[in-house]
Design a protein around this ligand. Structure first.
Ligand code: KG4
Ligand code: ZN
Length: 338
């Protein structure tokens, strides 16, 4: 089954043609990230206007790569939320229009849940039950996956998401809006830190997270160092290292706690923060040294950040087809009620 998937929840416009949930025939992405850089955050109006400009060329490019046309597509899939209303509307209305004209069913997709299906694209064997950690710029969520379709939400962040913590601390360290990738890069080559950041609520026994305290802790350190001659690339690298250690320690510990509680056989990670190499390394190390037999799965790095491939994969494995007039953009779509 060939699905044309459309993603437009934030500042990326993406389209992909995915066959049977695992075979990527074409995938195109346009991003307005660079336009938001000077504002220090995403400007929703600008993002929506760029979505409008990019949506048709992006769909055309995905179809061209797949060497196919709309007439050979079986179903459409589109992100309906959560996300920015102006951005979401562009993808949703485009999908509805194509569906109406071509007489195709549309599968509405929850962007956050879809992230985890990036793990299915490689065609790896996943043993269930699995614990799925979705870590992106806006979400840090743990789910129990009883099988490919059956999901239950277990916990999430009480304040900032892990990606948000990377992005906010990166800005304080002078990396602009390059966030997680900049911290990862700056932390390379450091193996110690002159300070110890907290590991918020790591051992509280719940499956929730809290990351907002990290930016205050980093701000305090930066203010201490700033007026001395010790605020150098070396100390900035050490702070970046410690931020990464703190966030990844918490993510790994909470996920392993969920594995124990539910006797899970696999761990799946996904979302932009899943691209983090230290996070992957820690999961592999912990599982190697543990008596529990549990496999670890992470998508290829380009499939961690926003794209339409996993929207198509989710639609194939878990989506429900609808008539185009029943599809609406829902900016605050819940991830708990799955
Ligand atoms: O999934 P995503 O592309 O967008 C959302 O749905 O939010 O995630 C973006 C987030 C940003 O916060 C970014 O800093 C973070 O993923 N990120 C990383 C890395 N690459 C992207 N965080 C840590 N290490 C990375 N290598
Ligand atoms: Zn995302």
């Amino acid at each position: 089954m060939k699905i044309l998937a459309i993603e437009s929840s934030c500042d990326e416009t993406a389209a992909a043609v995915v066959e049977d949930g695992i075979k990527v025939l074409g995938s195109a992405i346009a991003s307005s990230a660079i336009m938001h850089e000077k504002y220090g955050g995403i400007v929703p109006e600008v993002a929506a206007r760029e979505q409008l400009k990019c949506v048709i060329p992006t769909i055309e490019e995905a179809l061209r790569q797949a060497n196919t046309t709309l007439d050979l597509i079986d179903k459409l899939a589109v992100t309906i939320g959560p996300g920015l209303i102006g951005s979401l509307l562009v993808g949703v209305e485009t999908a509805k229009t194509i569906a109406m004209v071509k007489g195709l069913p549309v599968i509405p997709v929850n962007h956050v849940l879809a992230h985890m299906y990036a793990n299915f694209v490689k065609g790896e064997h996943i043993t269930f039950p699995a614990i799925s950690l979705v870590v992106s710029g806006g979400h840090t969520e743990l789910f129990l996956m009883k099988n490919e379709k059956n999901l239950a939400w277990l916990g999430g962040t009480l304040d900032d998401a892990a990606g948000e913590a990377f992005d906010k601390t990166a800005r304080l360290l002078g990396f602009g809006s390059r966030g997680g990738p900049a911290i990862q890069e700056a932390a390379k080559g450091t193996a110690i830190s002159p300070m110890s950041l907290p590991r918020p609520i790591m051992h509280d026994g719940t499956l929730n997270f809290s990351f907002s305290g990290l930016k205050t802790a980093i701000l305090r350190e930066v203010n201490k160092l700033k007026n001395t001659d010790t605020f150098t690339d070396v100390t900035i690298g050490q702070l970046a290292y410690e931020v990464q250690e703190s966030i990844t320690d918490v993510l790994v510990n909470k996920t392993l706690h969920a594995v124990n509680l539910y006797d899970a056989k696999s761990i799946l990670i996904s979302g932009g923060v899943a691209a983090n190499m230290r996070l992957r390394e820690k999961f592999n190390e912990k599982l190697k040294n543990s008596h529990t037999i549990c496999s670890f799965h992470a998508p290829p790095v380009p499939l961690c950040t926003d794209n339409a491939i996993y929207i198509g994969a989710y639609a194939y494995f878990r989506g429900k087809s609808c008539n185009w007039h029943d599809i609406t953009a829902i900016p605050d779509l819940s991830v708990e009620d799955v």
